[in-house]
Design a protein around this ligand. Sequence first.
Ligand SMILES: [Mg+2]
Length: 157
Amino acid sequence: MSTLEKAIATYGKDMQLTVACEELSELIKEICKNIRGSDNVNSITEELADCYIMMDQIAIIFGIKICDIGAFIDEKLARLEKRMAEREKDPGENREEVWKKNLDRLINGEFGEYNTKDFGKCAETLARYWRAQAEADYPGANDNFDYFMSCIKERDK
Ligand SMILES: [Mg+2]
């Protein structure tokens, strides 16, 4: 049994998940302090160590394989690379311009029919719109996309 498996067996899953949340928030706190001008790279390093330890325990608790995390990491890094390459190609168009352009496209009906009387059609339009916003890294866009997709699923039941 590894040290981390032993810790989970000793303190219990709920306790270790709670500690994981605490450690993640300690890292957030140190990052915020740094942004406010604190010279605290040592503290950030220490909190990162705590978080790595807790992240390993989270994976053990939920039976998540390291290779599955790696697959997500590869996918997300490839997407990040692609976005940065696109940005390099067209540095004139920043994120906010893309968001605004998508809003204009939404108003002009380019994402499809936007008819508030037909909520199903409206949800399809908004799902397409939020998908485009997600491509432009709009905060929370994926959640909005998921929400409108769930509305469509509900309608099609
Ligand atoms: Mg800590």
